[in-house]
Ligand binder design. Structure first.
Ligand SMILES: Nc1ncnc2c1ncn2[C@@H]1O[C@H](COP(=O)(O)OP(=O)(O)OP(=O)(O)O)[C@@H](O)[C@H]1O
Ligand SMILES: [Mg+2]
Length: 327
């Protein structure tokens, strides 16, 4: 019995496997020889808020440019919404809202007119609803009051918000946001984060890059960690941090004595901050023994516990480096 051959879209779907974004051995070497992305295997599950995390120069924007069909990979493949990129760019992009480093704006036009013009360039956009959609997008990103101001007079954070508004003019299956909170003040960051959560709860998959660990912990369900063009790990955020042991924290007025005893007990990386002493817990010892040793040494222990590991702990454990290393 002969099998029915798969139609082209089905075949592409099969090639993509599970995931809204799937890359296999995706690699980009720039003309100058710089290996910016090195054999990346990424799987972004549907309905996730997926954080793409890495220090400056780790290859985040290069990856996003390949996903959006803006640059060709040197080798490997990328599927977005089940279709190969950049080959299916025309079919895929109408379903994707994107904010990529430094949104292109017309400085002489107002924020509102920039969006009207941007929307008019989209053949899939309905001109009858254009004004209403532009107003709604401006409102969503908190730019309604500044909508009439010329874009050249916008601050970096306002430009970033306008770029985000452009990505929100139509309902999308996928949003790809390159450092969406870049240039925003803390209040602006909170607003954008809550907007991202809201979009996700409406069923949009959100892929966002960031070099801010706590940002990823706050908004993302899943994350991938990059360093120097390579994927270090990916998975649900809770699992990434759970694989790492948290730090032992002792609260005491006798911090120096506590630090000495902890070192004797085999704790590493002992740090004193006023009445708080933290350390990597010893590998081979029960924490109850460590606590008993502190008390036996005359340390007045007011607090003793292991902190939940953060994504930052996981990153340091995985790379052996602090997070803010240049690529
Ligand atoms: N057009 C280009 N030509 C040559 N090299 C490039 C180009 N764009 C980026 N690179 C290099 O590729 C590497 C990855 O850069 P990329 O912009 O993808 O990093 P990133 O993770 O987005 O960093 P950031 O957090 O600073 O935005 C860097 O070493 C960078 O210098
Ligand atoms: Mg970048």
């Amino acid at each position: 019995m002969s099998e029915t051959p798969a139609t082209e879209p089905e075949r592409e779907q099969q090639g993509a496997g599970d995931g809204v974004i799937v890359t296999r051995a995706l690699t980009k070497r720039y003309r100058g020889g710089q290996l910016a992305v090195d054999g990346l295997d990424l799987t972004v599950p549907a309905d996730s808020v997926f954080g793409f995390l890495g220090p400056n120069g780790s290859g985040k924007t290069t990856t996003i440019r390949m996903l959006m069909g803006l640059i060709e990979p040197t080798s490997g493949s990328a599927h977005v919404l089940g279709r190969p990129m950049p080959r299916s760019v025309r079919a895929v992009l109408p379903h994707v809202g994107a904010l990529i480093e430094g949104p292109a704006l017309y400085g002489f036009l107002s924020g509102r007119d920039n969006l009207l013009r941007y929307d008019a360039a989209d053949p899939a956009a309905d001109p009858r609803t254009r004004r209403a959609r532009v107003a709604a997008a401006l409102d969503r990103v908190g730019l309604a009051a500044a909508a009439g101001k010329k874009a050249k007079a916008y601050s970096l954070g306002m430009k970033q918000r306008l770029g985000l508004a452009a990505a929100l003019l139509q309902p999308r299956k996928l949003l790809v946001l390159d450092e969406p909170t870049n240039g925003l003040d803390p209040q602006g960051m909170r607003e954008i984060r809550s907007l991202i959560r809201e979009l996700a709860s409406d069923g949009t998959t959100v892929f966002l890059s960031s070099h801010l660990l706590d940002e990823i912990e706050q908004v993302c369900t899943h994350a991938a960690v990059m360093a120097q063009g390579r994927l270090i790990t990916q998975g649900p955020v809770a699992d990434l941090a759970a694989g790492t042991r948290g730090r032992l924290v002792v609260t005491t007025p006798d911090a120096a004595d506590a630090a000495r005893t902890l070192k004797e007990q085999g704790a590493a990386d002992v740090v004193i901050a006023e009445d708080r002493v933290s350390a990597e817990p010893p590998q081979d010892r029960d924490l109850a023994e460590v606590n008993a040793a502190l008390v036996a040494a005359g340390v007045r222990v007011r607090g003793f516990g292991v902190e939940r590991a953060s994504l930052e702990d996981a990153f340091v454990a995985l790379t052996g480096e602090g997070f803010d290393v240049a690529g």
